[in-house]
Every structure is written in structure tokens, then in C-alpha cells.
Write a new protein. Sequence first.
Length: 505
Amino acid sequence: MIKKVLIANRGEIAVRVMRSCREMGIKTVAVYSDADRTSMHVSYADEAILIGKAPSSDSYLCIDKIIEAAKLSGAQAIHPGYGFLSENAEFSQRCQDEGIIFIGPSAKSIQSMGDKISARKCMIDAGVPVVPGTAASMDEENLLSTCREIGLPVIIKASAGGGGKGMRLVRDESELIEAYHEAKSEAQSSFSSDEVYVEKYIESPHHIEIQFLGDMHGNIVHLFDRECSVQRRHQKIVEESPSPFITEDVRQRMGEIAVKAAKSVNYVGAGTIEFLVDEKMNFYFLEMNTRLQVEHPITEEVLGIDLVKEQINIANGNALRFSQKDIEQRGHAIECRICAEDTENGFIPTAGIINSVRTPQGIGVRVDSFIYDGYEIPIYYDSMLSKLIVWATQRKYALERMRRVLYEYKITGIKTNIDYLRRIMDTHDFVNGEYTTHFIEENQKNLSSHDDNEEEAEKIAVIAAYMDYIVAKNSEFSVTQPPHGDQRPISRWRAFAKQKGVLRI
Ligand code: MV4
């Protein structure tokens, strides 16, 4: 029985994992870097161990230090979260060799799914539909003939890749050789492997994934779908469940295929199978993720299942606590990723001190976060600060709720993408649930901020006028500054509002 878990991660996911541990009566051990002394995951845990300098390579990616911390603290298990060592086969193996439970699949599973060519091969053998393409590493001699067989356009991908790196789209035969060499050299420098393969390019696909769980007794269940097509440069921004695109019939078939895929590799733990879904709702295996994913909460909200608890239950060697017929999607969930970034300046990450946080609350609202008033965001890690998750009985109500909580969320001191997310929630295609992976590029105009200035000026004018009225009526009333939002003095609001021509008094 696991009584103490070391969480080999930081940020919101470390806190998220600890919350489930606490409910289960399991002690938690945090590990942290120099830059994370004041991080929330450190204060939340029962114990915390400093493991090194700020760069991840000296701390959160250091297998030896994390194993040592587990031994020092007497933790029987390690939860890797997402990112960092979560899909590192060597780490999973080291845990096993040291007699520590890795809360995740075996090194073998991680390895075979990490290599995209071998993953494709596994899936073909299992009878899972994959994108038409090559079954082996691509060499230059067979390149042209293979691409003619598949038919243009094709996409060249790195076998060790994922997430868009080392990927090249080829629409014309004349571009083929150059794209091939570019993909190869990018793959080499990013992943130290220049193995590439070729797939038919699916135009305007949806990115839809199926969550599943497998135990050590051979039981596998799928946990339905998540629509993840709102992405920018292969970074997901918004996810929702169920997908507004697929029909019940396609959803059932995708679920069954996911179970078949997981069974064929004797999968143990929580995993996700990603599909590309074309306009005709044909779906093709894309990748299998062998970790708990950032967007897992929308599945939890729709199913009422705590995925971290299930992971721990599986790691304890217990059988799954439910069967497929017990699992039903109820209502609709949306997640927005709140990031410290400047959406007006190429989405560059913004560092600095958070002055204040007003966190949304209320029915159907969940905030997975690790920020607090006065917290300084280190420059060394991911820019994601929190995840805003809403649930409601229907999609349209979930959308209304998301708009409301994005309004309520106020983070001052640093720039965030909250206004950008609000614009996504107001974009026609998102509102109607009619979007593909091209949503962000197709809506760049709607999503840029120029409209906001007018709206803001109007609000400022109203506030300024109201303040004037109060001051005139009662000179004892002290007008200072609002606790949140615009921290400029009243005089500057007035000047700004006047300049905009919206203030008449
Ligand atoms: C594709 C594709 C179209 N056809 N493969 C992007 C990242 C990596 N996970 C796979 N990706 C894609 N693979 C074929 N055969 C289009 C994409 C793609 C994409 C996929 C999911 C979400 C967003 C995307 C944005 C651009 C391209």
C-alpha cells in the first residue's frame, strides 16, 4: 500500500496531485529547485526537499536527485505529473530497479509509444486505423515513390518527435527533397535522432483524444473524448468535453478502438490516444500519450472520476473500481489555460511579481492553480499559471459560465492571456462549436485586441464620471483606487477618457 508519494513536478499539477493524495490519506513529498522556494507546491506538501538549481536540467529533470529524495523521505511511489520526466522510459525503469512505484506505465510502454514509427506499427498490428503512410523510417531513395503512392500533400514527421517539431508539410513534389532534409536536421538537433516518416496530410482536421485507464489485471476502460483543436503553434489553449463535432456513433467507435489499442500493448495506468478526425469524421491514430495530461480535468468533471486517485489505485495493484457500463458523460466541461504571456507581442512569456489575484468561484467552477498574491513567477519554467475549468448541464451554459469566470478572474502585476481567452469565447466558430485545428490562424483578426480599447475606454469613462459625481456630492468621500484592475489614479482615467472623447463632464 502506498502511504507516501513523492511528486516529481512543480506548479499547478504538483498541487493537483497532492490534493488527491491528501483525500486518500497519503503523505506527500515535494521536490523543488532554488527558484521554487516560495512555490505553492512546497508549502502544500507534508515534506519538501530542495534538489538543485533553478534550471530543470539541474532539478526537475535530474533522475538521480529525485530517486535520492524518494529514498531519503521514505516515499514508496513517485508521481511524475506531466512534462519533465513523465514520459521518460529511463526514469520509469530506474524507479522499478530501485523498488519505487512509478505512477505511470512501464518503461516498455513509454518507449514503444515515444517512438512514433514503432507506435504506428503497434497500432496497425492492433487493427487501429492510422493515417496512411510509411511503416518504417524513410530513406531518400524511396522518398518520391512512397509519396506518389500515398498521394500529395504529405507531412514528414520525426519519429522521436511529437508536438510539431521536425514536421514539414509538402504540397508539391518540387519541395519534397528540401523538406525531407530540413525535417531530418531539425529532428537530429531536437531529439538526437534523424529518423523521419511520411504520412498523408489530413486537411483541416480535428484533434480529438480518448482517455483510458488500464489496471494490472488486464481490465481496460475508456473515459470518452476531449476536443483539443484550439491550439496555437501546437500548444493547446482551450479544451472541451464532449467534442461538439463528433456524433454519438463515432464517439462510441473511437472509445472501442482506444480500448483495443490499450489492450494490445497491455497498458497499465492512465493514457490517452490522440486522433486526427477529418471532415467526414474518419478518425486516424496520431499519438499515444503515456502521462496524465494537462487537460485531464474536463474528463473528471464530465465523468465524476478523479483520475489521480484512479492512477494511485492502479499503482497499488488493485483492479479498476468500475466497468465500462458505469461510465457516462454528464453535461459539458470547458478548460481554459491561463498563461503569463503577452498576447500582443508574439505571446512571449512574461515574468514578474503577481500583485493580486481574484479567483473565480461559484457553482460548476474549478480552478487548478498555484499562484497567490505576491508570488514571483520564475523565468525558468512553463508560462501556465492555472487552468480554469467550468462544468454545466449543456455546452451553451458551460460557455456562459466560462465567460463569467474569465470576467471574474483578475490577475494584476503581470500580463496574462485572459482577455485573449475571452475573445476566443466570443468568436463565432467557437460559440457554434464549428472549429478545426486551424481555428486560431483563421480567426487571428477577431482575436487581436483592437476592439478592446474602445470597450475599456467606455468603462473608464463611466467610472470617472461616477467618481466625479461622488466627489462633487460628498467631499468627505475618499476616492482612491480600485482593489483590482486598472491601478492608474483617477486623474489619469479622466484624461484618458477625455482624450477618447467619451467623457463629457
Ligand atoms: C498531422 C496533420 C495533418 N495530417 N498529420 C501537429 C502536431 C503533431 N501532434 C501532429 N500534427 C499534425 N499532424 C497528418 N497526417 C496536422 C497536424 C497539425 C495539428 C494537429 C493537431 C492539432 C493542431 C495541429 C496544427 C497543425 C497541424
